[in-house]
Design a protein around this ligand. Structure first.
Ligand SMILES: C[C@H](O)[C@@H](O)CC(=O)C(=O)O
Ligand SMILES: [Mg+2]
Length: 455
């Protein structure tokens, strides 16, 4: 850490939170069988220290609902402002537990739902700030930590029947072997990804065709398509997409929670002819045993179960892993309690031999999650074999350091921090409801102005 920093100027002096929304529903970007009109949004947190440095963090939302997460961040902020950041980082796992265990707030979680989304936004901002203080991108900050330091970031409460601190330390020590070589490979080639950009449910065949061609030309060999609204239409869509991408490329399908357990099995038996690698979120994201039943039924068809983007915390991930209810673990950078809790999920998945293929998306999800998967490659699992990070081409232009994908690989970020900083213009235009773009859309009648509906 820089010598110019004293204890006094490392004190957190403010925490600001903004409701930022993009009108993606206008073109069905991000649409699926459950979320038919998503406006990709986030609660965007800025943490400032006395020295003037700022850390940015966010949690992903879909429009309405963002204001509730924003309020939860405001409520949690009194536990952040006034802290000295280096005290937080020294025993980050202990701080994380304090934040998630506040005796009155815990009642409305615990460690799930709106308060946990708010926790993720705050924790992600603290990681961005930490990266900036030590002048490293977060993947490198994590990878350079010695195992003891990394384990000190994690709250192992409720996990000891699957993983202990000692086991985590052993795995991380093993992960040190060959690290330099992997860093060099990562810096050279990046980390593989697949795309969902050609597969949103609300897209026309013409648009699917044009986008699938575009991503084939860009070197992508794996594509995810939304299903679950209508079986006949799914069969037609998968026929259509297979005709474009061929049978050598990988296909994944995603139902976004719409089915009953038996319905998922029956539906997927009809779609098995298209050889999907996985069915994602076939049913309720909380139904561990239901997913396990689906996984058992689909295994003979060569279809795995993927889930995690709406998994509420490490305990539920633990149960999914214990019950062999998922074959592809989809951590999401803006859900559960941010980086610290996600690290524990990586450790459990590694111990139980389950591949982590992170969920990503718009509004900074790609920007953040690339760091986590790169750390896993460099310092934990040591392999990217059979793994992908999701890539979606949404809102990158609004970030100061957008994720960069070349030849279907995320290139390793070089700039300090967690790649979470919005450009100034993005905030001027898309803060809701006062941003310039929103004011203009209200004026044109494209969206109704929520301020006018208030009595
Ligand atoms: C509403 C979101 O766009 C959702 O469909 C994303 C998702 O499930 C995925 O990318 O996977
Ligand atoms: Mg999904």
């Amino acid at each position: 850490m820089s010598h110019t920093h004293t204890r006094e100027n490392l004190k957190i002096v403010s925490l600001d939170v903004k409701d930022v929304r993009f009108p993606t529903s206008l073109h069905a970007d991000g649409s699926d069988a459950m979320h038919t009109d998503p406006d990709y949004s986030c609660a965007y947190v800025t943490i400032k220290i006395q020295a003037g440095l700022e850390g940015y963090g966010l949690t992903f939302t879909l429009g309405r609902g963002t204001e509730i997460v924003v309020q939860a961040v405001k409520t949690l902020s009194s536990m952040i402002v006034g802290q000295v950041v280096t005290d937080i980082y020294k025993e980050f796992g202990t701080f994380w537990r304090t934040l998630t265990s506040e005796s009155q707030l815990r009642w409305i979680g615990p460690e799930k739902g709106v308060t946990h989304l708010a926790t993720a936004a705050i924790i992600n901002a603290l990681w961005d700030l930490w990266g900036k203080l030590v002048k490293k991108p977060v993947w490198q900050l994590l990878a350079d930590m010695d195992p003891e330091q990394l384990v000190a970031c994690i709250d192992f409460r409720y996990l000891s029947n699957v993983i202990t601190k000692e086991e985590a330390l052993q795995m991380l020590r093993k992960g040190q072997v060959g690290k330099e070589e992997r860093v060099n490979k990562l810096l050279g080639k990046g980390y593989p990804c697949y795309t969902t950009q050609a597969g949103w449910l609300g897209y026309s065949n013409e648009k699917i065709n044009q986008l699938a061609q575009k991503y084939i030309d860009l070197g992508f060999d794996a594509f995810k398509v939304k299903v679950g609204k209508n079986l006949y239409e799914d069969i037609k869509r998968l026929e259509f997409i297979r005709n474009i991408i061929g049978w050598e490329r990988t296909l994944m399908v995603d139902a976004n929670q719409v089915w009953e357990v038996q319905e998922a099995i029956d539906w997927m038996q009809q779609l098995a002819q298209f050889k999907p690698l996985w069915i994602e979120e076939p049913t309720s994201p909380d139904d561990v045993l239901g997913h396990a039943q689906i996984a058992r039924a689909l295994k003979p068809l060569g279809i795995g179960v993927a889930t995690g983007e709406m998994c509420c915390n490490r305990v539920l991930f633990k149960q999914f892993l214990q019950a062999e209810a998922l074959q592809f673990c989809q951590i999401d950078s803006a859900r559960i309690g941010g980086v610290n809790e996600i690290l524990s999920v990586y450790l459990m998945a590694h111990k139980l031999g389950v591949k982590v293929c992170p969920h990503a998306g718009g509004v900074g999800l790609c920007e953040m999650v690339q760091h986590l998967q790169m750390w896993d490659y460099v310092a934990l699992s040591g392999t990217s074999e059979g793994k992908y990070v999701e890539y979606i081409d949404q809102q990158h232009e609004h970030f100061v350091y957008p994720s960069i994908v070349k030849n279907a690989h995320y290139l390793a970020p070089r700039e300090p921090g967690y790649s979470t900083e919005f450009k100034k213009e993005a905030l001027e235009n898309y803060v809701y409801p006062n941003g310039k773009e929103w004011e203009s859309m209200f004026e044109k009648g494209i969206f109704s102005d929520p301020r006018k509906n208030k009595c």
